[in-house]
Design a protein around this ligand. Structure first.
Ligand SMILES: Cc1ncc(COP(=O)(O)O)c(C=O)c1O
Length: 392
């Protein structure tokens, strides 16, 4: 009955694990949940007030397909002030989450059998979106030894005459790696030499730690900017995951193609959420920094505690709110044969939920989200310690 297109993709395993956690919690089990791919803070009050105001003023109709003019203006200003990127009105658009921006971009740029390059560990939806576009995923494997980053030669090595698009997630989900300007410059050379198009997923832009500085790939030169679709959104920076607003920028030909898809799929994003997003981008930004500070405190705490556990090897993430932990030393201890076995063991015997690296294309690791309270982090880290000790 179903198409090959659908049979070739699977339901998000991360969502399945999150569903299992909800079931356990409903049964009264005290589960420590480290699976969350979203901020745990409420949406800031000024943004919620803008949504109430939009309802009161009856801003409840379809908006323009690429988004409210005020929101697109706010997006243009954001790119100008934060990233020194200059776009015209017909070069930006708003969609139902960064996810729809990614999907619109991939459907616009990828034809049957085109090769799409990205690094693993990867954001779990990329290969499925590529498969729905009938493209071919080409993964470049990275590990903690290279800080989960690819180099110029690693990108060059996978280029063929079928290479069309390179997807870069920076800062990365699941590893938290953040590319420096010089690292991006090296990758840009390969992109230009080989006429690739790039989709940069910059949804974690505002969550960067220590001395690391976020650089938007498109800001390197006008030549590279022409080839890039920049994807961003309000979900992570403003704790607005449920509002479902993403935005993107690219040359007008690509944006016009993405608009066509959107006009026949969603007819544009939710009007109330768009009004709230105008306030998110234009209003007081102090909540963004206070959430970032809080994540940094939590990261420092959990990084130190997990690193003390013999058997785990933890790299300090530079951005986002995840630690991608190497658990290879635990493989072959008792019944543990893979990251899946270890995360099942953690959940079933110690009531801690984490996501196995296999969900992100990489066995031997697990992802912990620290977008949760300090109390939860303390409790969870103690349980992980007991779980690891019980294996020796
Ligand atoms: C790397 C990455 N890109 C895109 C998204 C989707 O963001 P949105 O909620 O705006 O659709 C996520 C959400 O987890 C993500 O981690």
């Amino acid at each position: 009955m179903l198409t090959d297109r659908i049979n070739n993709i699977t339901y998000s395993k991360a969502m399945k694990i999150a569903g299992n956690v909800i079931e356990l919690k409903n049964k009264g089990v005290d589960v420590v949940d480290f699976t969350a791919g979203q901020p745990d803070f409420p949406t800031p009050d000024n943004i919620k007030a803008a949504a109430f105001e939009a309802i009161t003023q009856n801003k409840t109709r379809y908006t323009k397909n690429p988004g409210l003019t005020e929101l697109r203006e706010a997006v243009i200003n954001k790119f100008k002030h934060d990233n020194d990127l200059h776009y015209a009105e017909n070069e930006v658009m708003v969609s139902t989450g960064a996810k729809q921006c990614l999907f619109n971009a991939i459907l616009s740029l990828v034809s049957k059998d085109d090769e799409v390059i990205f690094q693993s560990p990867y954001y779990t939806s990329y290969p499925h979106m590529i498969s729905l576009a009938e493209g071919k995923s080409v993964e470049i494997k990275t590990t903690d030894k290279s800080n989960f980053k690819i180099t110029k030669s690693m990108l060059e090595n996978v280029i063929t005459e079928k290479s069309k698009v390179f997807i870069l997630c920076n800062p990365s989900n699941p590893t938290g790696a953040v590319y420096s300007k010089s690292e991006l410059e090296e990758l840009a050379e390969v992109v230009i030499e080989n006429n690739l198009y790039v989709v940069t997923d910059e949804i974690y832009e505002k969550i960067v730690y220590d001395q690391n500085k976020f650089v938007s790939f498109a800001s390197l030169s006008s030549e590279i900017k022409e080839r890039i679709v920049v994807v961003n959104g309000v979900s992570k920076a403003y704790s607005m995951t449920g509002w479902r607003i993403g935005y993107c920028a690219a040359n007008k030909e690509i944006i016009s193609a993405m608009n066509k898809i959107q006009s026949h799929s969603t007819s544009g994003a939710n009007s109330i959420a768009q009004c709230a997003s105008v306030e998110a981008l234009n209003g007081d930004q102090s909540s963004v920094e206070s959430m970032r500070n809080e994540y940094q405190k939590r990261r420092d705490f959990i990084f130190e505690k997990l690193n003390e556990i013999d058997g785990l090897s933890v790299s300090k993430c530079q951005g986002a709110f995840y630690l991608f932990i190497n658990i290879e030393k635990l493989i072959d201890k008792k019944e543990i044969k893979s990251a899946n076995d270890f995360t099942d063991y953690l959940l079933n015997e110690f009531n801690v939920a984490a996501i196995p690296g296999t969900v992100f294309g990489t066995d031997g690791y697990m992802r912990i989200s620290f977008a949760t309270s300090m109390d939860t982090l303390e409790k969870g880290v103690e349980r992980i310690k007991h779980a690891v000790e019980s294996l020796s």
